[in-house]
Design a protein around this ligand. Structure first.
Ligand code: IMP
Ligand code: MG
Length: 184
């Protein structure tokens, strides 16, 4: 049995082919929207490291890359309601066209916090690209997202950067996770 046949892994919700196609489309859209300019992609670690690697290579204008690390969940699959900055930005946002890149937007709590935090650094513009968005995320959050990969139902998912207790980030597909909530 390989780790990809593990009983905690449910069905494939998004295949690597579907993801690759969508990433190319998002890259083309960003290339067009920022034509003649450059863009600073700010990835939110750890989850966004995979989408960042793919998305930046699908963009055909000059790109700068930075990362922030925040933590809003412990090892469990429920929100703690608290966002904590674990690693701050290296690049000054002032005057730059910034696209914040998120793995998944769920309650929108992390995003609300980050938007405020990044806006205070006076970028020329700030948009958000979310690879995944939960169907039940608040409508005002959904409307605030310029680039969205896929909308997903309420199940906890892993793969393509997303984890449960730091595991499964390296799966090439997005799969539902059907393990025990308290397992680690
Ligand atoms: P929010 O603050 O509730 O929007 O949660 C956003 C963060 O929660 C994401 O950046 C993920 O790190 C994490 N998250 C939310 N849902 C999932 C999931 O289904 N699998 C793995 N991580 C998730
Ligand atoms: Mg996470």
């Amino acid at each position: 049995m390989t780790s990809r046949e593990h009983p905690d892994l449910g069905r494939v919700l998004l295949s690597k082919e579907q993801i690759a196609t969508r990433i190319s489309e998002l890259g083309a859209q960003i290339t067009q929207d920022y034509a003649g300019r450059s863009v600073l992609l700010v990835g939110i670690l750890k989850g966004a490291f995979v989408v960042m690697a793919d998305l930046c290579r699908a963009i055909e204008i000059p790109v700068e890359i930075d990362f922030m690390a925040v933590s809003s969940y412990g090892s469990a699959t429920r929100t703690s309601g608290v966002v904590r900055i674990v690693k701050d930005l290296d690049i000054d946002l002032a005057g730059r066209d910034v696209v914040l890149v998120e793995d998944i937007v769920d309650s929108g709590l992390t995003l609300r916090y980050l938007r405020k935090y990044l806006s205070a650094r006076k970028p020329a513009s700030l948009e958000v690209c979310a690879m995944l968005v939960r169907e039940e995320c608040p409508p005002e959050t959904l409307e605030s997202l310029k680039y969205v990969g896929f909308t997903l139902p309420n199940d906890w998912v892993v793969g393509y950067g997303l984890d449960t207790a730091q595991r499964w980030r390296n799966l090439p597909d997005v799969r539902s996770w059907v393990g025990n909530d308290t397992a680690s």
